[in-house]
Design a binder for this molecule. Sequence first.
Ligand code: GDP
Ligand code: IMO
Ligand code: MG
Length: 426
Amino acid sequence: MPAIVVIGAQWGDEGKGKATDILGSQVQWVVRYQGGNNAGHTVVLPDGQDYALHLIPSGILTPGTKNVIGNGVVVDPGVLLDELSALEARGVDTSGLLISADAHLIMPYHVAMDKVTERFLGKAKIGTTGRGIGPAYQDKVARVGVRVADILDEKILHQKVEAALAYKNQVLVKVYNRRALDVDEVVDTVLAYGRKFAHRIADTRLLLNKALEAGESILLEGSQGTLLDVDHGTYPFVTSSNPTAGGAAVGSGIGPTKITRVIGILKAYTTRVGSGPFPTELLDAMGEHLRKTGGEVGVTTGRPRRCGWFDAVIGRYAVRVNGITDFFLTKLDVLSGLETVPVCVGYEVDGRRIDDMPMTQTDVHHAVPVYEELPGWFEDISACRTFDDLPANARAYVHRIEELTGAPVSAIGVGPGRDETITRDV
Ligand code: GDP
Ligand code: IMO
Ligand code: MG
């Protein structure tokens, strides 16, 4: 198992934190490869303590595992230090966390820009997490970003911030009517933070590749999900990075040939936070039922998640664009107690039947789900530990998802806890 990738198959919040935590003990390294503190990954330990991780890999909760914030991540230095202190205050050993010298920093002006641009968009807003993610990636691609290594050279840092603010302050003041930021103040703040994590900065791509050469294994933990991918998602209602499996190679510096398994984390129904199309969304009491039973509230922003039925078009799409080898199907327990469980098997778009993700976003917006009704089950399944323990209709639901998506389900979540999991040989 040289390198395996864990990715969200839908719009995020599928249970990547739990899956990473479970796999953490089987690998030497856990790496975050994209996104930043827009993520909220929940891990519930066997003693019942739960952790919400935003920037730090979920592997930090597995003693002895080395954790890396890869080059593809955008790092808010203040958030990094707060998250580290909060973990340390709870007795978690964070000494093994390393940060890529090439990861980009989320600067105070990125957070300011994220908020004002969303306000400016009005009804067309994306519903971002407001953490400065989009603006930080914009600067990376525009080649005016500040990288983690820059905090090791005050002169360079000053030059870069000065150049960035010469333009950004004009926009903040003249377009958005906000206060200009002071170059020295920004540099001093970032340097003060940087001094506290300078010892963690490393050439992580070299370390990871050497680890692979030495026969160690690496888990690449994605954040967000396939449909929030800037290339493959429901653009423009996406995040600004590549959560899909290809992004794992780019965001860590590991070659794609080293990746032998791609685990898609797939919720037994669908949720989404923020704006954008969502064909199977339920705006009625059933949506409310899923939200309540599934505890569907955003870990990062506290926003209620939009809820809907399982969408096999999305599942199939995720298998293709990520090369998913197997699924971890989460939250099957949430569906207990329903007479029938509808599953979307295709779309109708302006009178045409479509089985795959439509080519244009206009068609995605017009997609009306075609449902197949599967018989439900009433048993509480949270104590089931083998596939055969599940009620026949729950097993049939899993089999149908496998048929419709084209990938096997190797694990099933029946509760938030580490042990509330069924594993299967596939
Ligand atoms: P992530 O962003 O993909 O890591 O997912 P989140 O942590 O944002 O959301 C998943 C939520 O579902 C968390 O509250 C988890 O504790 C919880 N969870 C994960 N797997 C299961 C499961 O199989 N059953 C139930 N009931 N909850 C789960
Ligand atoms: P995890 O890793 C769900 C959504 C936001 C918004 C869009 C863009 O916990 O699955 P951004 O701040 O990234 O520019 O916002 O992406 N979003 C998420 N939705 N789970 C997440 O992370 C998300 N991270 C970003 O709600 O719609
Ligand atoms: Mg989440």
